[in-house]
Design a binder for this molecule. Structure first.
Ligand code: SAM
Length: 264
């Protein structure tokens, strides 16, 4: 069953997606917690542990929204830096002095603005490691071979051309660089799938209506999850973009999956 929602034609998608995130930017973080019961925090933690960030790394978090993944990467790197024994003349400032660069990029300015405010609230306001960039993940204004890591969390599903995002990820990564994608995926086990379908089609739009006053945006999000390629097919798309050692890992029974690949 399609639960009565209309499918979105490709040509309408970009505008619709922009509207969705403009409407929800303020409430976005609260909504994530409500809708996933806080699970998105654990999923993002797992993504960052799989990335294995390191001091000095150059990282791009595409469709980075309000900075959730980037802040985790920055925290992980700063934790590691605390444990590095430094020579006195290379003493670090409290703000971190490595050449680490984490670029939070997103197509939507409103999301980035909320992210910058959150950075302030977390004491990252002047973090030299963080850059904010408004950019479409399908055509990045960035040099090729310039990043060690590329993440995209709950973002690629919203892009019109998934293949363009993957080829851009491949282009901007250096040889040896790692691509990681966290995205809603396919729940296979039947009882869990039925429960999940009911939850997403009945509960999520209601939470959207109640909390953000915007049922349609959340109906769209649910539909976009259903339309996104399943684990195996998405893994093939990543390999087709040139990545090697492509793998995926299901979390929470496949509600989300982490796909990864290397540019070798
Ligand atoms: N990665 C963040 C997180 O996990 O909290 C944000 C995820 S949010 C569900 C999806 C983000 O994708 C939104 O901020 C939206 O603006 C962004 N987005 C949608 N289409 C995009 C595109 N073509 N290029 C870059 N960002 C895009």
């Amino acid at each position: 069953t399609d639960f009565g929602y209309r499918s979105v034609p490709e040509e309408e998608k970009a505008g619709l997606v922009e509207g969705v995130f403009k409407n929800v930017a303020d409430k976005y973080d609260l909504m994530n917690d409500l809708m996933s019961g806080g699970l998105h925090r654990l999923w993002k933690d797992k993504l960052v542990s799989r990335l294995r960030p390191f001091p000095g790394m150059q990282h791009l978090d595409a469709a980075g929204g309000t900075g959730d993944v980037s802040f985790r990467i920055l925290n992980a790197i700063r934790e590691m830096e605390k444990n590095i024994v430094r020579l006195p003349q290379r003493q670090s400032s409290a703000d971190g002095d490595s050449q680490t660069k984490i670029v939070v990029s997103d197509i939507n300015e409103a999301m980035l603005e909320v992210g910058k405010q959150r950075a302030k609230d977390r004491g990252f306001a002047n973090a030299a490691e963080l850059d904010w960039l408004q950019a479409n993940a399908e055509s990045l204004p960035l040099d090729e071979n310039s990043f060690d890591g590329f993440t995209i969390a709950f973002g690629i599903r919203n892009c019109t051309h998934i293949d363009k995002v993957l080829s851009e990820a491949f282009r901007v990564l250096r040889r040896g660089g790692r691509f990681l994608c966290l995205e809603f995926s396919r729940v296979d086990a039947l009882p869990l799938r039925q429960l999940y379908d009911m939850y997403s089609f009945m509960v999520i739009p209601c939470i959207g209506e109640l909390v953000a006053g915007d049922k349609e945006s959340y109906q769209y999000l649910v539909e976009s999850i259903r339309r996104f390629p399943h684990q195996q097919r998405f893994a093939r798309m990543i390999a087709d973009a040139g990545f090697q050692k492509v793998q995926f890992e299901n979390l929470t029974g496949g509600v989300v999956a982490i796909h990864s690949g290397f540019k070798l």
